[in-house]
Ligand binder design. Sequence first.
Ligand code: ASP
Length: 320
Amino acid sequence: MSEVRKPVIVVHGGAGFWNPERSQQGMEGVENAAKTGFGILKRGGSALDSVIEAVAIMEDEGAFNAGYGSSLNIAKRVEMEASIMDGKTLQAGAVGLLKDIKNPVRLARIVMEKTDHVFVVGEGAEKLAEMFNLKRREPTTDLRLKYYERQRKVLLEGKSKLPKLAGIIRNHPDLFGFETVGAVALDKEENVAAATSTGGLSLKLPGRIGDSPLIGCGTYADNQVGSCSATGVGEIAVRLVLAKTVCNSMGNRKSAQEAVEFAIDLVNRRIPDAYNSMGLIAVDVYGGVGAAHNSRNLCWTYITPETQEPVTSLTAKILK
Ligand code: ASP
């Protein structure tokens, strides 16, 4: 058995196309998140605390499609989602259809730790946030309003129609950076965890739930194998139960990198020519880092005991 490299954190700020105008802010955002998460791990903190704090930083950043700065749905409103999973206990928490919770990832933790449930949405979730005094923040930014108008115009010009977004995504990649955020970590005790947070797909129908809050689709963690967070068109990750597929692969003696490549390859083979939007990050129980995508970009970073500092990029292994 190979030696465990720990602690490790891997963070993503979304797949899709990272517009050069904003890529600097995106890269700095994932780096800040990873540094905070790694600091927690270095001080002996848990993988769970590490991924939650890393994701909360990105939810506050404004550069990502999560928390402040979330995408708008077709009704010009924000409906945020998030999930977390603890690989030690296999406990999980998820939230959806949130209007103005400042940090959806913290509400996911409340669902996991303070209720008997895994997934709470809408009014019930907002009430839970109130009970636990979670902060509120209006998530709509000027940038998202600008994007909304541009994307809606393209839609109304008849170049494509929902739910077949593939055409507009292909023809207007500049409008569709997915920018969901996620983090996976391995702590000094060899526990893994994962967290994912999003405003969801731009122009989605009100009430639509994507992969990000669905355990096994956008987020999965199991101490026996590793953890994974997904980004891209959620419907694809849901249909392939993608985060769990990555974890199952790690269970079949694949490294984190081999497992994410296997899963992207699966997307390409089984749902070909769909959107080319998917991105995956993972960590395995030996501290191996994985990142792969079939989108043009994946904004991501990682820190290991060897690097000590974030290693950041707008691409990983691209598999088309
Ligand atoms: N996966 C998210 C969703 O479909 C979007 C994203 O990754 O940005 O809601």
